[in-house]
Write a protein that binds this ligand. Structure first.
Ligand SMILES: NC(=O)c1ccc[n+]([C@@H]2O[C@H](COP(=O)([O-])OP(=O)(O)OC[C@H]3O[C@@H](n4cnc5c(N)ncnc54)[C@H](O)[C@@H]3O)[C@@H](O)[C@H]2O)c1
Length: 340
């Protein structure tokens, strides 16, 4: 590997993978999108036609055998992440993997142990909100002591209602609302509070609209409280039924102040005044809110590999996020607090 360019093979060209492909092919410095992999022929055709990617593979193992590839990006279904991370590391490739690391606590730990024992190529799980400019700013101010000792985080991930209910089809493979959505807030809370481990959680939830979720034990709105070792706390809200837009925000309360990130989910700086009053439009989906952060996150990975600098996110943190999210689901389903 020359330290001037990182040759990348990207697996998964679905809803999110195509965004990564565009960034890696066109925008991320010192990245070269050498190959893509998907079992779907249409995906591969799209990558050849739109981005002129030199190599396309239907099979992940075949892509890994390509000696030109230095690193792989995994934007594949979550159930595949642990096995694909291990296979890629064994093939000597560095790995960037989309969140979550796994839906299973044991698979997370096995992957962490495997990567640690290998001590060769490096792996990172992406939690995109770390790389959003406003969250970065908040973290810098916490490190500067602006709000004193941070001890409470409130964080929410709330999606615009999809009246077609298309997400219900994907829900059985998502691990449920807390694993799919709150996992972001869990990871953020631990980061902003100095990476404490969870001690006890309590969660509850309801179905406000999508009654089909009851058959698979899932919910469309959930609330949770997490107590950390050392006394810090977090509260999470997740929803699939917002009528105004994608509304993701976080508050951090410290002994000397409070930071709020993204509190008003306005789309831009436009304000409309008319017979209905004065209003702004809302952000509609996660990519409209965090699109640029996916680019910054990809750049962070490429720079860390080429320059030998540390990742901002450790695999252990991704494992802890799954451990907490699984406990939230258990608490919501049993009605009992879960000790961790
Ligand atoms: N950070 C975020 O906010 C965010 C948002 C959306 C999705 N995600 C994560 O990204 C991942 C992908 O989600 P998505 O919504 O793009 O899913 P998707 O189902 O739209 O796309 C998955 C892609 O993987 C391909 N694929 C399936 N099996 C494969 C294999 N063995 N090898 C290579 N490719 C294979 C599919 O053909 C498809 O192109 C998930 O882990 C999800 O949790 C994160």
């Amino acid at each position: 590997m020359s330290n001037s360019v990182l040759n990348i093979g990207l697996a998964g060209l679905g809803r999110l993978g195509r965004h990564y492909a565009r960034y890696l092919a066109r925008t991320v410095n010192r990245a070269h999108l050498h190959a893509v992999c998907s079992p779907v022929e249409d995906d591969l055709q799209w990558a050849s036609d739109t981005l002129a990617v030199p190599k396309t593979y239907h099979d992940f193992s075949e892509m890994l055998a390509d000696p030109a590839i230095d690193a792989v990006f995994l934007v594949t279904p979550t159930s595949l992440h642990p096995a694909q991370i291990r296979e890629a590391l064994a093939a000597g490739k560095h790995v960037f993997c989309e969140k979550p690391l796994s839906l299973e606590v044991e698979a997370c730990q096995a992957t962490v142990d495997y990567a640690r024992a290998l001590q060769g190529p490096r792996a990172m799980v992406g939690f995109v909100r770390h790389f959003d400019a406003s969250y970065q700013d908040a973290m810098a101010r916490i490190r500067d002591g602006v709000i004193g000792h941070p001890f409470i985080v409130y964080s929410q991930t709330a999606d615009l209602t999809d009246p077609t209910g298309a997400f219900v089809k994907f829900a059985p493979r998502s691990g449920g609302l807390f694993l799919d959505c709150s996992v972001h807030d869990i990871d953020l809370a631990r980061w902003l509070l100095g990476r404490p481990k969870a001690r006890r959680v309590y969660a509850t939830g309801t179905i406000a609209r999508f009654q089909e979720l009851a058959a698979i034990g899932d919910i469309d709105n959930g609330m949770a409280i997490c107590e950390f070792e050392g006394g810090q706390m977090a509260m999470f809200y997740a929803s699939r039924t917002q009528s105004h837009g994608h509304d993701t925000h976080t508050d951090v309360i410290g002994t000397q102040g409070k930071l709020s990130i993204g509190r008003n989910p306005r789309q831009d700086r436009l304000e409309i005044a008319d017979v209905h009053g004065v209003r702004a439009l809302s952000t509609q989906d996660f990519f409209a809110r965090f699109g640029d952060a996916f680019r910054v996150q990809s750049q962070h990975f490429v720079d860390a590999i080429l320059d030998g600098t540390p990742f901002d996110l450790e695999l252990e943190d991704a494992a802890e996020a799954t451990r907490i999210a699984v406990a939230l689901r258990q608490s919501q389903q049993t009605g009992q607090a879960v000790e961790l």
